[in-house]
Design a protein around this ligand. Sequence first.
Ligand code: BES
Ligand code: MN
Ligand code: ZN
Length: 511
Amino acid sequence: MKTVKVVVSGLATAKGHEELLVILVSRGRDGKVQAHPFYADLLGAVAGFAEFSGKKEQCLALYPPFPAGELSCRRLLLVGLGEIDQSITGEDLAERLRLAGGAIAGHCKKQHIERLALSLQSPEAIADDQAKLGEYLVEGLLLGAYQFSKYKTKKNQEEYGGLKRVELLGSGNLAATRRAVARGAHCAASVCVARDMANEPGNHWTPTHFAKYAKKSADKLGMQCRVLDKKEMEKLGMGGILAVSQGSKEPPKLVIVDYNPGKGHDTVLLVGKGLTFDSGGVSLKPAEKMMDMKYDMCGGAAVLAAMAVIAVEKPKVRVVAIIPSSDNMAGGGALKPGDVIRHYGGLTSEIENTDAEGRLLLGDAIAYGIEKYQPACVIDLATLTGSVVIALGHHYSGLMSNSDRLVDMLIGSGARSGEPLWRLPLGEMYVKQLDSRVADMKNTGGRYGGAITAAEYLHHFVGETPWAHVDIAGTAWDFTEKSYIPKGPSGIGVRTLVELIRRWPDDPFSG
Ligand code: BES
Ligand code: MN
Ligand code: ZN
């Protein structure tokens, strides 16, 4: 991904040298468009235009001569934030700003605009916090500007080289705005890295690539990285990961990245499913949409990308990410229905369907991570079931957990990030669906409640540790109704995890 240069300047010092100047506009209760008083003349000029009412994500491009003579840019863009008054919540405002940022990015893509200035002089109801404004606008802008064209040869590449420079025009405490904007930009860039990993095809993004990338990133950012290869996993008895990988020529890897701020802090364990291609194995998937199964590593990509933000922000909490990574193929040595495997820690499992492979790898990784790091909580992210897509569609990720407190923290962080989560139940009734005649459990629980029985499978590896499982099968791609999430992989989960760590309380599981 190419980087976009983002700068913050004082309003007075930067004028008239950008291709496009963007102005934020909201809509009052009375239906009238509103902007900062600075742009009153301009608003007067467009007040009667039926095509622009300040609605969410609406854009209106204007060309000179402009009514307000001092605006000496080449073109103007008014962008709508929707109806806003003083009572707007922080979450709602953050999302409106990201949507506006995405809309601006969409406009720039269409018009091939590479450099723009964006005025932080905003409508009155939101004018008091330019730092927040800048942070979320830039986040949306950079997320919306994302493109993946690595495999297009020069000839076929679009002429438009993408966004190159964004200048935010602020006033007041510019230092605070700069810090916030840098935070937003860095977070968005990390989400784009997660999207890049997912966009890489299965033949260019294997478990080995995960391992190499993690090592490089950890080295650069001062984190520890350890990669367990097949031999080490054999020694440790990680029968789940080994079973999934045995039908593929690609060697499996267990990738561990450790951000450690020193003694005396909680540890949060993140586990991400890193299936670099899921054919279903011997229980082969139908051809239709099998191509999408190169995205079955989006959970792993998200936790790895989140670590890159965490390493820079340096919170007072230790965060360990584990990515069990493998292909799921149907080669001659592949796992078969009816086989029994033994997980790390000893639990046995009867394989009913080799396509329920994610839980096999995650079981080992969770059990190992808890034993080794004794975390205050575990959060796993996985494109685990088609069933969660049936339940929630492409608009909410499924959340299943043994801890109400962790659920509250995740739902709050997801809401602030525009990555909504919906809790589904757990319970003994679902556990029974996994009963096996020959082993401790089966790896499938029948057709009904599939997202929940998958979670209950993982629950066996958790013990008493507060744990949350986030099933992102519906949101990791095709989660496209937002202007700042283009088609293809969404990078979901990165921002929720970063937000959760930013908010990490001193005593998270008390009361
Ligand atoms: N990676 C898939 C889940 C998936 C399916 C994600 C479609 C996104 C879109 C997972 O490994 C899988 O195949 N799950 C099976 C489980 C079943 C065999 C119990 C499923 O959901 O069909
Ligand atoms: Mn599968
Ligand atoms: Zn899978």
